[in-house]
Design a protein around this ligand. Structure first.
Ligand code: ADP
Length: 935
C-alpha cells in the first residue's frame, strides 16, 4: 500500500521522470500533446495514468496524430476533427453535461468522451483548469474530494454512415493463432486499404511518440490471445518484455503465480485477482452460489440453473430428475468454448467415469427469429474490498445457426442448442456481418441491438438489464470472501489487481436471465469488424479506467527499492496499526453517522482513487456501488467489515482478527452517495445506466479489422519440394518427431478446411472414429461415440465434427511445441529443407510424405507421445488420394502388435539416447526394406 506520507509529497520527493525532464526545454505544445495521453493528474504526479483510445488504431487518424506530434502542433489537429464533426449532417449536440443521460442515444461515444476532453484541454483554458483541479499533485485533496466532470464531457457522435447491409457467409478460417501454419484458405471480405493489417513497425513508429514509450512503460504476456491487445499496447507506446518482474502491466490468460503477486510494486498492474477460479471454474461457481442459496435464501440467489457435480452428486441428480424430468446439459468441469458439452434426456445417459457438471437444461430460451441466443457481457472488477464492479455498456449476443426446436430428437444438434461461436462458425449457414455498423445482422449481434429489438417488441428491457446487473453482483458477492482473503494474503497493494470477466448469460422466454458461466480470460480474438469494434473499445476503455501509472523509471526504481525493504515472507498487506478513524467509526458507528467521522489517509486514498477511476470509466457502467446498492445488498455484507459473507460458520471473525477493522464499502457508499457527499451530478442512476446499455457503440474513426495474414503457397514449388522429400525418405532419411507431428497437424488442418467447404460423410466418420480413439481430452459427445449414431448426416453434424477436429488440433499443436528440434539429427531430414517443404505443401503433398514415411519406416511418430505410450504397428497405407485418411482408424486399431515407443523418443532426451534411437530407426528401415526385397 502506498505510504500515505510519501505519496502526499511525491511531487517533491520523487526524482523527476525522464519524460518530465526531457520536456523542460521543449515547446509547450509538446507538453500538451503528451498530457493529452495522461489522465487523473499531470505527468510526473502520483495519480497520473495513461490514456488509451481506439482512434489511433486507424492508420489515417494515427498518421495525422503522428504528424501533429512531430509538428508540435497538436491543437490544430484536434480542433479540426472537432469542427468536422460539428458540421457533419445528422449530428446531434447535447446540452447536457451528463454522459449517460440517455437523451440522445447513439450519439455519444465513450471513446470520444476522453478524446474530446483531451481536445478541449488543449484548446480551452477552462478545461485546463479543470484538469489541474484534480491533479494528484494537488496535495490538498480533501477527504471527500471533487467529482471530476472533465472526462464526462460530451461530444457529438458521428451518426452511422449509410450502409449497405452486406452479408458475408463465413468461409474457412480454421487455423489458430498458436499454430505454425498461418494459411487462411479464403476469406471473402470487401476490404479497404485501411483494413489491411498494419505492420508492427508502423505500430512502433506511432508508439515512440507516446508518453508510455518515453516513460519506458512495459507489458508482459503469458499464455494469452494477443493480437488485438498487442496492437493496442504497441501503438500506445508500451514495450513488450519477457522479464518476469519488471513489467508495468502483466496480462495473462491463466491464473497468476502467488510469488508474482507477492512481489508486485505499487505501480504494477496484473489482470487477475488471486483465487478468481472461485468465480470462473464452473463447478466452484455453482457451489458458491448454492451455498448462498442455503445461507441467504433461494429467492435471492435463484440465478443459475439447478446443477450437480458428478459422480459425487449422482444420487441427488437422480432424485431431482425423478421430481422434474430432464433434459440435462452435461459440461466438463473445467472446460470452455463448448468443448465436450452434450445434452441428455435422462441421467443414465451420462458416463460415470468423468467429472462433469450437469445442469438443468433451459428448454424455453429467448429466441431471435427462431434462433436460440445467449449473451456475453464484460464485467470489470477493479477492487474486491471495497467492491467496485463495472459492466461494459456493450456486449455480444451469440445466435445458434439452426432454428430452435424443443423436440428431444434434436438434442444431439450442437448448432441448435449451443450458441458458442467456436461451434457455430463451422456451420455452412453461419452468417457474420462484414460491417461494424451492422449490429443486428447474421449470427452475432450486439447487446444494444438486442435491447432495441426487444424494446420494439414491447419487452421490458429495463427490467431485463436490472436483473442482469443483479445477477452479476450476486455472483461476485457469492465468491468475494475467498478472493478478499487471498488478496490480503498475497497482494501487497490495493490497486495491483483488476479483472475482466466474461459472463455468459442465457435469457429464457420470460426474460429471466440465467448465469451459465464466468470466463476467466474472455476471448479477445476478433473474427469480424463488429467484434473488432466492441473489443477494441472494451480494451482501451478498460486500460484507461484501471489506470496504468504514468511513472518514469526513476520513480519505479524508487518503489522497487521501497518494496524490497518492506517485503515480508507472508506478504500481508500493510495496514494502519494506530487506532484510526476506521476503528473509531466501528466502535462509535451507532452514535455518529459514518460520513461525519474524518477519513483515514488510506480511506481518503481509496475514495479519491474510486472517483478518479469513475471519471475515466469510458464505456464502463459502474453497477456497484450505486446509490441503492447498500439498500439492496447491504444484508449480504458483514455489518462491521463490509465484507460479503458466504460462509455461515466463519462469519466476520476471521476478518476482524486478520486486520484492523475497517468498512470500506460503507465508507465509499456514504461518501459517494450519502447526504454529505459532494457529487456534482449522479449520472450513475438507474435510468442513465439503462440508456447507456441501449445506445449503439459508436467510434470516432473506423477501427481496422485485424485479419490473419495470408501466406501464398506455390503449387509448382510444392510439387518440386515434395519430390525432393520423397527421395530423401526413400533413401533412408526419417522425419523427427517434431517434423512428423508438424506434417500430421498440417495435414489434418487441410482436411478440416476441406470438410468445412464441402462436407464428406465418409471422411467425417473417419475423423469421429479417430477422435474417439486418439482425441484425448477432445472426445466426440457421448451420442457419437457409438458408431450407430454417426448416421445422422447434416450440416450440423459436419460443423460438430469440424469443431471437434479444430479443438483436437489446437491441443495437438500445443503439445507439438514440446518436440521442437534444436539441431539437426543424424539420419533425419534437415530442418531448413523440411520447413521449406511445409511452407508450400498442400494436402496431397503432406499425405504423400506421411504415407511413404509410414510405409518405409513402419513408424508413426506423429501418434507417439513423450510418455512412451504403446501404439500398434503401422498398417500398410494404400497409396492414392485420401489413402492415408482411410487408413487412419487402422493405425489406432488395438489388433496390431503393441510397441513400446518410448525408446524411439530417446533422441529428444539426450545425445546418448539420440544415437541409440537413430540407430534403432535406421536399423528398422533397413529390416523393413530387406523384408520387402525378399518378398
Ligand atoms: P462453455 O464454457 O463451454 O461455453 P457454457 O456454459 O457457456 O459452456 O455453455 C455453452 C452453451 O450451451 C451456451 O452458449 C448455451 O447456449 C448452452 N447452455 C449452457 N447451459 C445451458 C442450460 N442450462 N440451458 C440451456 N442452454 C445451456
Amino acid at each position: 500500500m502506498v505510504d500515505a506520507h510519501f505519496a502526499k509529497n511525491t511531487e517533491f520527493a520523487m526524482p523527476a521522470s525522464s519524460l518530465y525532464k526531457s520536456h523542460e526545454n521543449s515547446a509547450t505544445n509538446q507538453h500538451e500533446y503528451q498530457d493529452s495521453w495522461i489522465a487523473s493528474g499531470k505527468l510526473g504526479s502520483r495519480d497520473a495514468v495513461l490514456v488509451f483510445r481506439t482512434n489511433i488504431l486507424n492508420p489515417k487518424t494515427r498518421k495525422s496524430i503522428l504528424e501533429s506530434a512531430l509538428a508540435h502542433e497538436p491543437t490544430n489537429n484536434w480542433t479540426k476533427n472537432e469542427e468536422v464533426q460539428a458540421k457533419a449532417p445528422n449530428t446531434v449536440i447535447s446540452s447536457s453535461s451528463s454522459p449517460a443521460n440517455g437523451k440522445a442515444p447513439s450519439i455519444y461515444s465513450t471513446q470520444d468522451r476522453i478524446y474530446m476532453s483531451v481536445a478541449k484541454s488543449l484548446t480551452c483554458s477552462q478545461a485546463k483548469k479543470a484538469n489541474n483541479s484534480f491533479s494528484s499533485s494537488d496535495v490538498s485533496i480533501t477527504s471527500d474530494g471533487d467529482d471530476i466532470t472533465l472526462y464526462n464531457e460530451k461530444k457529438p457522435r458521428l451518426q452511422p454512415k449509410n450502409r449497405a447491409s452486406s452479408i458475408v457467409k463465413i468461409q474457412v478460417e480454421v487455423n489458430k493463432e498458436s499454430g505454425y501454419d498461418s494459411v487462411v484458405v479464403s476469406q471473402s471480405n470487401n476490404t479497404s486499404e485501411e483494413d489491411q493489417e498494419i505492420s508492427s513497425e508502423e505500430d512502433n513508429e506511432c508508439g515512440v511518440n507516446m508518453p508510455a514509450h518515453r516513460l519506458g512503460i512495459t507489458y508482459k504476456f503469458i499464455q494469452t490471445e494477443t493480437k488485438l491487445l498487442r496492437k493496442i499496447f504497441n501503438v500506445h507506446g508500451l514495450t513488450e518484455i519477457q522479464d518476469e518482474c519488471n513489467f508495468n502491466l502483466l496480462w495473462t490468460g491463466v491464473h497468476l503465480k502467488l510469488d508474482t503477486l507477492r512481489n508486485l510494486a505499487v505501480y504494477q498492474r496484473v489482470n487477475h485477482f488471486p483465487r478468481s477460479y472461485e468465480l470462473t471454474r464452473k463447478d466452484r461457481l455453482y457451489k458458491n452460489i448454492e451455498r448462498m442459496q442455503h445461507l441467504r435464501g433461494m429467492k435471492y440467489f435463484d440465478i443459475v440453473p439447478q446443477s450437480f457435480i458428478l459422480p459425487l452428486e449422482s444420487r441427488d441428480l437422480l432424485f431431482a430428475h425423478n421430481k422434474h424430468r430432464g433434459p440435462w446439459i452435461v459440461k466438463p468441469a473445467a472446460s470452455s468454448r463448448g468443448r465436450g458439452i452434450f445434452i441428455v434426456n435422462s441421467p443414465d445417459q451420462i458416463p460415470q467415469d468423468e467429472q462433469v457438471l450437469v445442469s438443468k437444461y433451459i428448454v424455453d430460451p429467448l429466441c431471435i427469429d427462431g434462433h436460440k441466443c445467449d449473451l456475453r457481457v464484460y464485467v470489470l472488477v477493479t477492487s474486491f474490498d471495497p467492491l467496485i464492479i463495472y459492466l461494459y455498456e456493450e456486449g455480444i449476443v451469440r445466435l445458434a445457426t439452426v432454428r430452435y426446436d424443443r423436440n428431444a430428437d434434436n438434442l444431439w444438434n450442437p448448432c441448435m442448442h449451443l450458441c458458442n461461436y467456436s461451434i457455430n462458425k463451422y456451420h455452412s449457414d453461419y452468417i457474420r456481418s462484414s460491417d461494424a455498423q451492422d449490429e443486428d445482422v447474421g449470427h452475432k449481434w450486439t447487446l444494444s441491438a438486442l435491447l432495441r429489438h426487444l424494446k420494439l417488441q414491447g419487452c421490458d428491457t429495463n427490467l431485463l438489464m436490472l436483473n442482469i446487473e443483479d445477477l452479476i453482483i450476486k455472483a461476485v458477492l457469492a465468491c468475494a470472501q475467498t478472493v478478499i482473503s487471498a488478496c490480503r494474503m498475497f497482494v501487497p497493494n490495493v490497486s495491483n489487481c483488476f479483472e475482466l470477466y466474461g459472463f455468459d448469460i442465457l435469457i429464457d422466454n420470460t426474460l429471466k436471465p440465467w448465469l451459465l458461466e464466468v470466463n476467466l480470460s474472455p476471448s479477445m480474438g476478433v473474427d469480424s469488424p463488429l467484434d473488432t469494434k466492441v473489443k477494441a473499445c472494451l480494451i482501451t476503455d478498460l486500460l484507461t479506467c484501471v489506470g496504468i501509472p504514468a511513472y518514469g523509471p526513476e520513480i519505479r526504481s524508487y518503489y522497487d527499492c521501497k518494496n524490497a525493504r518492506h517485503r515480508s515472507p507472508s506478504c500481508q498487506r500493510r495496514v494502519e496499526t494506530n487506532e484510526s478513524s476506521s476503528t473509531l467509526r466501528c466502535s462509535k458507528s451507532k452514535k455518529k453517522p459514518a460520513a461525519m467521522i474524518p477519513l483515514t489517509q488510506e480511506e481518503q486514498r481509496i475514495l479519491r482513487s474510486a472517483r478518479q477511476q469513475y471519471s475515466r470509466r469510458g464505456g464502463f457502467v459502474r453497477i456497484f456501488p450505486t446509490d441503492d446498492t447498500m439498500q439492496r445488498y447491504g444484508n449480504f455484507l458483514d455489518p462491521a467489515s463490509g465484507i460479503p459473507i458466504s460462509t455461515p460458520n466463519v462469519q466476520s471473525q476471521s476478518f476482524q482478527t486478520l486486520v484492523t477493522q475497517h468498512n470500506y464499502n460503507q465508507m465509499l457508499h456514504s461518501n459517494l452517495f450519502g447526504a454529505n457527499s459532494r457529487s456534482i451530478v449522479d449520472d450513475n442512476r438507474e435510468e442513465n445506466r439503462i440508456n447507456q446499455y441501449e445506445r449503439a457503440l459508436e467510434t470516432n474513426s473506423e477501427i481496422p479489422f485485424l485479419k490473419k495474414q495470408m501466406v501464398e503457397k506455390c503449387e509448382e514449388e510444392g510439387r518440386r519440394l515434395r519430390k525432393q522429400m520423397l527421395k530423401k525418405i526413400g533413401s533412408g532419411s526419417a522425419l523427427t518427431h517434431f517434423q512428423a507431428r508438424q506434417t500430421f497437424s498440417m495435414y489434418l488442418d487441410a482436411v478440416l478446411r476441406r470438410l468445412t467447404q464441402e462436407p464428406k460423410d465418409s471422411h467425417e466418420k473417419i475423423i469421429l472414429k479417430f477422435l474417439n480413439k486418439f482425441g484425448g481430452a477432445v472426445k466426440p459427445p457421448v451420442l457419437f461415440r457409438n458408431n450407430q449414431n454417426i448416421k445422422v448426416v447434416s450440416k450440423a453434424r459436419s460443423a460438430m465434427v469440424a469443431k471437434l477436429l479444430g479443438d483436437f488440433l489446437e491441443l495437438y499443436k500445443r503439445d507439438t511445441e514440446a518436440y521442437i528440434d534444436s539441431f539437426d539429427h543424424f539420419g533425419m531430414i534437415p530442418t531448413s529443407a523440411y520447413s521449406l517443404f511445409l511452407m508450400h505443401a498442400q494436402e496431397s503433398d503432406l499425405e504423400a510424405v506421411l504415407t511413404l514415411h509410414t510405409n518405409i519406416t513402419g513408424l508413426m511418430p506423429f501418434l507417439y507421445n513423450r510418455c512412451g505410450l504403446s501404439v500398434p504397428a503401422a498398417p500398410p497405407i494404400p497409396s492414392g488420394l485420401h489413402g492415408f485418411l482411410r487408413a487412419l482408424p487402422a493405425m489406432l486399431s488395438s489388433s496390431g502388435v503393441a510397441r513400446d515407443v518410448s525408446k524411439y523418443d530417446g533422441y529428444l532426451k539426450s545425445t546418448e539416447k539420440n544415437s541409440e534411437s537413430v540407430t534403432d530407426t535406421t536399423a528398422r528401415i533397413k529390416v523393413h526394406r530387406d523384408s520387402k526385397k525378399t518378398s
